[in-house]
Design a protein around this ligand. Structure first.
Ligand code: DGY
Length: 322
């Protein structure tokens, strides 16, 4: 008899076809995210789980999953899984780093360029029929990227890929990370380590690239916004809850900082009742860091490979808790 795998959502057709060859798969069809009650019921007799970054795979789910051997998440982030408890239960976890590094760094840069050059704002102006005069000295002026200080919070794969792009744009790059790089690496990348406080004080643009953990929960809050330059911007393509969203909204309203570009939010998806949607000095995107055709395909491939390895008791290709 084939082993049973639950998918909390559909994946690419090629991935589903492959999975079907080996497993008896059940794909959740209804409301996204899958309601907890349904998940608790469905996970009971499953050997494998493919999930997404919005699925809350907590102690309750893991306790209900009496037969579960492996979890394969279609994401680099794994803050939605109780990793410690999974390990205790002997459940392996696979994830999809590396393949989405460039796509996420590209989006970070797209947001920086959009925000500082007011591209989306201009687009809205035109579409609303409000572009009435051309080329005024003070019209739609943005901010130069070149020569500005980019502060990268979290210098893992994505932070480093953002630095590479920033260098090409002539920016000065500072970073803060749990571990400092060697002097040689700093030199070759053209980056300089600063303390956490200095990063916020000195940067013209702060870009967040740390994972979401207990330690980074609402790490970026009013205390820090007050330390930032009034002309500075904040970019978040990591996880929404790293920023205290209400503090950010206040800081933007009161012009404590100049603007923000956000791909991630406290609660996703956000709707029009979120004040951020009304602000001119804000660029928003719907959690699309890894969302290119090429990257998403590679993520699906790795998700399947991780699952297959986990199902036979081997360490996933990219393992969170081995
Ligand atoms: C991830 O993989 O964790 C990203 O948030 C998806 O864009």
């Amino acid at each position: 008899m084939k082993k049973k795998v639950l998918l909390t959502r559909k994946l690419h057709d090629f991935a589903l076809m492959d999975l079907k060859k080996y497993y008896d798969i059940e794909i959740h069809q209804g409301k996204i995210p899958m309601p907890k009650k349904t998940l608790l019921k469905k996970i009971r007799n499953k050997d494998g789980l493919i999930c997404f970054p919005y699925d809350n795979i907590d102690k309750d789910v893991l306790s209900a999953a009496k037969k579960l051997k492996t979890i394969s998440t279609y994401s680099v982030g794994y803050d939605h899984i109780d990793v410690k408890y999974a390990k205790k239960q002997g459940i392996s976890i696979g994830y999809t780093p590396e393949v989405l590094t460039d796509a996420t760094a590209d989006l970070t840069f797209a947001l920086i360029l959009d925000l500082l050059r007011r591209v989306t704002e201009g687009d809205k102006t035109i579409r609303r029929g409000r572009w009435t005069q051309i080329y005024g000295a003070y019209d739609y002026v943005g901010t130069d990227i070149s020569g500005k200080i980019l502060g990268i919070l979290g210098f893992g794969r994505i932070g480093a890929a953002v630095a590479k792009r920033a260098k090409a744009f002539g920016m000065n790059i500072i970073y803060h990370n749990r571990h400092t790089l060697s002097k040689n690496t700093e030199k070759s990348l053209g980056v300089k380590y600063v303390t956490f406080d200095q990063l916020f004080k000195k940067s013209d643009i702060v870009s967040i690239h740390v994972p979401y953990t207990k330690e980074t929960h609402e790490l970026v809050n009013m205390k820090l916004f007050k330390k930032m330059k009034k002309t500075s911007f904040i970019i978040n393509t990591a996880r929404g809850k790293i920023i205290k969203e209400n503090d950010l909204i206040y800081a933007l309203k009161k012009k404590i900082i100049a603007g923000a570009a956000l791909d991630v939010f406290r609660n996703e998806p956000i709707g029009l009742n979120n004040p951020l949607t009304k602000m001119q000095n804000v660029v928003l995107s719907p959690h699309i860091g890894s969302s290119t055709a090429e990257t998403r395909k590679k993520m699906a491939e790795i998700t399947v490979i991780n699952l297959k390895l986990g199902m036979i008791g081997k360490t996933p290709l990219y393992s969170v808790n081995s």
